[in-house]
Ligand binder design. Structure first.
Ligand code: SAH
Length: 246
């Protein structure tokens, strides 16, 4: 590996923005993850983000920014069950697995070849707290083993927010939290999301707006709390949530 493929450490930015810093082992895992994604990219077209600074910001920092409020002593000591829906090349789920080793995380994607790639990543990074699952969120959300089984559901770049709500809320235990990662966000979208979460047993707890630390791009994280059971008709059949959003 040449130096141009060395990830920056950004210790001060981690500290300032998330009040957290990676350990030496975590930094090594981030670097190895980056190299494995670059290797996999030649065959699988995983991401267009290959520059080290950009990878650090858009894949590592962005993934962890969503769980910023949880990067506290409490979170470290709790062994929560997380799921990342539509994880793709493993974002935000793999950086989260590296960062919170006491929690377990399920990486769900409907594309088998991405999941096979992720299995290889997990074994190369020795990440025993993460496991993969091939399937559609609409099916997994109706599966007794997965429905109401998770404390936190993460979802980034999978669809409209109301679709994300229908994918995440059925999988959460009551009191659990959906974290929906977004770029831009409008008031109209809040209205749509509000309407969807009402039907799914959730409430919008917080909409956080922030900028990324290097390129100063706009991001939003939506935090939706599950406060009531989700009716059994949700999630609807495969394809329906995205074709007819709530
Ligand atoms: N979360 C990643 C990947 C986003 S691309 C990131 O932010 O980089 C969207 C991914 O979601 C794709 O890998 C696609 O296969 C998966 N996906 C889309 N709809 C899905 C569904 N209904 N159930 C499970 N995975 C889905």
């Amino acid at each position: 590996m040449t130096n141009d493929k060395l990830l920056p450490e950004m210790v001060e930015i981690w500290q300032q923005t998330l009040n957290w810093q990676p350990t030496v082992q975590q930094q090594t895992q981030f670097q190895r993850l980056y190299e494995l994604i670059l290797e996999g990219n030649s065959q699988l077209n995983l991401t267009r983000i290959t520059d080290p600074q950009e990878f650090w910001e858009k894949h590592l920092w962005d993934s962890l920014r969503g769980i910023a409020s949880l990067l506290s002593a409490n979170f470290y000591s709790a062994s929560l069950a997380l799921i990342d829906i539509g994880t793709g090349a493993g974002f935000p789920g793999v950086p989260v697995a590296i960062t919170v080793p006491n929690c377990t995380i399920t990486l769900l994607d409907s594309t088998r070849k991405k999941i096979i790639f992720l299995d290889n990543i997990l074994s190369k990074l020795a990440l025993t707290n993460a496991k993969t699952l091939v399937g559609r969120a609409e099916e997994i959300g109706q599966h007794p083993q997965h429905r109401q089984a998770y404390d936190i559901a993460l979802i980034r770049a999978v669809g409209a927010a109301s679709v994300c709500a229908e994918y995440t809320l059925p999988l959460l235990k009551q009191g659990g939290l959906a974290i929906i990662y977004r770029g831009n966000w409008t008031k109209e979208e809040t209205t749509d999301l509000q309407n969807a979460v009402n039907q799914l047993g959730g409430v919008i707890e917080l909409i956080e707006k922030f900028t990324t630390p290097l390129s100063v791009s706009i991001r939003h994280c939506l935090y939706v709390r599950k406060v009531a059971n989700t009716a059994l008709n949700f999630p609807r059949a495969v394809g329906v949530p995205s074709q007819k959003p709530l």
